[in-house]
Design a protein around this ligand. Structure first.
Ligand SMILES: [Cu+2]
Length: 478
């Protein structure tokens, strides 16, 4: 690999020509809500979910049909509703059009599952060719939360996700059942996924067309549930939005146009201990946040959800990161609703004591040269770390780059952030996480239990183009 961050500025500026449409355009199409996929009866009575990866056409921008990929449809995929302790059988069939990038597989992002279910049917051979199918069974045993699924074929992940292959997994348990928060899907509880995409004038997707895309794959449209600038009709009460940043590179600083406070109730791996108030919430690639918004005084009004400008390293900013105010979604408060009191506490999130860790590891992330994590590129034949089932480890992650933040994702479940540059994490980062933004020159320590894991997993930068270049390693739980 040549020097990674070489020509982003020029191409980034070109790529951002035209930029996002102004806040007052659009908002004439409703935000699609992915359907919940009703399970069939699988082996041993498991809830069986069948996903078919396929191509289709979507009007990401009204009047301009785009070739996209989706599961069981033209873009994104149905929502899978799982329950802690209930057996699942997950099946994937590849019906993508034949191409160099047609092999696919499936990764349930954030779920704690055996290695053979984490990316199936595996990275070897990069999965299924068109016409092939695979399935796995597992029984999820982790707290309720908002997770997602997407393909993970090495070298093609970024392209396939960019084309639309991604869907939600919502986990329920006794805690989520009992919490007095909105929970009627599509009524007061909504999945909202943001995807930064580069669209040409004719509406077609441009992916990895210029040198700079490899470093900063920033688009010119941020789609919301697969559409540009949709609206969502909501009740005049408390609503719950399950936010997911499904962008390759773009971080979003989410806020409402009137600057109102909202409350985060969950991070990547489930509920926080207590709600955390924000007026702006930074969400990096692959991160999730569930928020509660009080719309009880807004009947008949509309409210814009947008991404505010923020300070980014110079090279990122030159490529278009954080520069603009990006309109995302118009909330229209059109019917009566119920204002719910904010729960004082949500769930127990016991801190993993540092003394429990028996191993410390170091991950140095670099942007240049032929090695990007601890001096090496991904090699499917190399296992970087081996650990015994049940151990607890502390991973110290250092971003040696001064030009870009890398969102590190560890497969196999959820970890906790111990500190950033030695300082305790902010309240909203004290819950379960599977992806952590590591800012330029920053050192972040995380602690993770490798309990009930088996086999091989990966860890990688969730800027999918970086992962594709080789910013990924493997660990094996024995
Ligand atoms: Cu990266």
């Amino acid at each position: 690999m040549k020097r990674l961050l070489l020509i982003p500025a020029l191409f980034g500026l070109l790529a951002c020509g035209g930029g996002d449409t102004s806040p007052r355009q659009g908002f004439d199409r409703p935000m699609p809500v992915p359907p919940i996929l009703a399970p069939t009866v699988g082996i041993g009575g498991a809830d069986r979910y069948d996903l078919v990866a396929q191509a289709g056409t979507t009007e990401l921008v009204a009047g301009k049909p785009t070739l996209t990929y989706g599961y069981n449809g033209s873009i994104l995929g149905p929502t899978l509703r799982m329950r802690r302790g209930r057996a699942v059988e997950l099946a994937i069939t590849n019906q993508l059009p034949d191409s160099d990038h047609a092999h696919t597989n499936l990764h349930p992002h954030g779920l704690k599952v055996p290695g053979d279910a984490d990316i199936f049917p595996g990275l070897e051979g990069m999965g299924l060719m068109p016409g092939e199918s695979a399935s796995v069974r597992f029984t999820p045993d982790q707290p309720a939360g908002t997770f997602w699924y997407h393909p993970h074929p090495h070298g093609a992940t970024g392209r396939q996700v960019n084309y639309g292959l991604a869907g939600y997994i919502l986990m329920d348990d006794a805690v989520s059942d009992a919490l007095p928060v909105p929970k009627t899907y599509g009524v007061d509880d909504f999945p909202v996924v943001f995807m930064d995409r580069h669209l040409r004038a004719d509406g077609s997707l441009a992916y990895m067309e210029v040198m700079g895309d490899r470093d900063f794959m920033l688009g010119n449209h941020v789609l919301v549930n697969g559409l540009h600038l949709p609206y969502l009709e909501l009740p005049a009460g408390t609503v719950r939005l399950r936010l997911l940043n499904g962008s390759s590179t773009r971080r979003l600083l989410l806020a409402f146009e009137d600057g109102r406070a909202f409350h985060q109730i969950a991070s990547d791996g489930g509920f926080l201990e207590a709600p955390v108030a924000h007026t702006g919430l930074l969400l990096g690639p692959a991160e999730r946040a569930e928020i509660l918004v009080d719309l009880s005084g807004d009947r008949g009004q509309s409210l814009l959800l947008h991404s505010l400008p923020f300070a980014a390293p110079e090279e990122e900013a030159e490529a278009g990161m954080g520069r603009a105010d990006i309109p995302l979604l118009q909330l229209r408060v059109t019917r009566a609703g119920t204002a719910l009191p904010l729960p004082a506490s949500l769930a127990s999130v016991a801190r993993i004591p540092e003394s429990e860790a028996t191993t410390q590891r170091f991950l140095g992330i670099e942007d240049t040269g032929d090695g990007v994590i601890n001096g090496q590129l991904f090699d499917i034949d190399r296992v970087d770390f081996t650990m015994a089932e049940g151990v607890t480890e502390i991973w110290t992650v250092k971003n040696f780059a001064d030009v870009i933040a890398h969102p590190l994702h560890i497969h196999g479940g959820q970890f906790q952030i111990l500190d950033r540059e030695g300082a305790a994490p902010a309240p909203h980062e004290r819950g379960w996480k599977d992806t952590v933004l590591v800012n330029p020159l920053e050192t972040v320590r995380v602690i993770m239990r490798f309990k009930d894991l088996s086999g091989r997993y990966v860890f990688h930068c969730h800027i999918l183009e970086h992962e594709g270049i080789g910013m990924m390693g493997q660990f094996e739980v024995q």
